[in-house]
Design a protein around this ligand. Structure first.
Ligand code: TXA
Ligand code: MG
Length: 333
């Protein structure tokens, strides 16, 4: 299949027509690019799983043009959901609620719940409004690999597998949305994101964070949160500042090329190694992270080493969560 990578401004109607015909279209959102299909059609949503090589047990997020559309996609729309939608939609917050039969059960991958969000991006919003139906869209990468934050990233992952990629420039947030389960007794973050736990707690009171490692992977509440995810293809390791200090000499004198991703210019490596310096604030770091993992892959080294931020406040929690999934802990051999 030929894949067209085209400006969103000129190809919006074509994208809507493809989606209405049951085909797939990749489109920009403020978090990462999504791979869209008509969320009412089982056949269309099944194409997402095939194109991504996504495990059939991992449900996808359903995107809406307008918060007012949400109650039709669920069997109950509690006041808590209404409050969160008013505060954070359109934006990087996904809410898990019981699914209405209006949506194909393929979006739920065998569950009774659905994940909903209104993206805060002019192209995503225009596409949703033009279609007039909800769009199911996971991140537009092959399953297990780094989420795309540009149309070119999508092309590198999915060329030949989908007909159209709408180019709307780089995603500004750069990390996937916060996923909040509203079906549990206490609202629970299944995946941290730009809407932080602190922000949620100040809006609605106590919020739990689900840690995948507490339960066996077979009973995963949010199956996309299994450990190895968002990963580059070059072996990637995370390293704490303490381990860096302990092993710096051994690392810097290695003869094989290492790519170091750091937010601290004082932590560096000489040639033949290469250093990718990311910004020191969580929001800017997040926006640059996935592009830098791809860049590190392209530099063909024997491994990628990522300095772990030791701050877990605000959006650093989401950054560190993704780094833990994209890498394995550094150990000296
Ligand atoms: O920012 C985002 O959320 C992007 C953009 C495109 O909107 N989408 C995205 O989708 O990251 P995806 O499929 O790559 O991640 C969705 C996450 C997965 O971890 C999945 O398991 C979880 O949400 N999820 C989806 N539906 C769920 C459900 N019904 N119950 C629990 N978890 C669910
Ligand atoms: Mg994904």
């Amino acid at each position: 299949m030929q894949t067209l990578l085209a400006p969103a401004t000129t190809h919006l109607l074509e994208a809507a027509a493809l989606l209405a015909a049951g085909d797939l279209v990749a489109f920009p959102t403020e978090t990462v690019y999504g791979l869209g299909a008509d969320a009412r059609s089982r056949a269309a949503v099944e194409k997402i799983y095939a194109a991504k090589g996504r495990p059939s047990g991992n449900p996808v997020i359903v995107h809406l043009a307008d918060p007012a559309d949400a109650p039709t996609c669920v069997t109950t729309w509690p006041p808590l959901a209404e409050k969160l939608a008013q505060l954070f939609w359109p934006g990087p917050l996904t809410l898990i609620l019981p699914r209405s039969p209006l949506l194909t059960d393929a979006v739920s991958a065998g569950r009774s719940t659905v994940a909903l969000r209104c993206p805060n991006h002019p192209v995503a919003e225009a596409l949703l409004r033009t279609c007039g139906f909800p769009i199911a869209a996971p991140s537009a990468n092959r399953s297990g690999f780094t989420s795309p934050t540009t149309a070119q990233h999508v092309y590198a992952e999915l060329a030949g597998r989908i007909p159209l990629i709408l180019d709307g420039g780089p995603s500004t947030i750069g990390l996937e949305s916060t996923v909040l389960d509203l079906t549990s007794k206490t609202p629970t973050i299944l995946r941290p994101g730009a809407v932080t736990r602190e922000m949620l707690q100040s809006a609605i009171g106590p919020v739990l964070t689900f840690h995948q490692s507490l339960v066996p992977s077979t009973s995963a509440i949010s199956p996309g949160q299994h450990h190895r995810h968002y990963a580059p293809t070059t072996p990637a390791f995370s390293i704490s500042r303490i381990d860096w200090s302990a092993h710096e000499e051994k690392i810097r004198t290695r003869s094989d090329k290492i790519i170091l991703i750091t937010y601290d210019p004082a932590i560096a490596l000489p040639a033949p190694h290469e250093v990718l310096l990311l910004p020191p604030t969580a929001e800017k770091y997040a926006a640059a992270l996935y592009a830098s993992l791809r860049q590190a892959d392209d530099l063909t080294a024997s491994c990628i080493l990522v300095l772990l931020p030791d701050n877990l406040e605000g959006m650093w929690a989401a950054v560190v969560d993704r780094l833990h999934r994209a890498t394995i802990p550094f150990s000296i051999t």
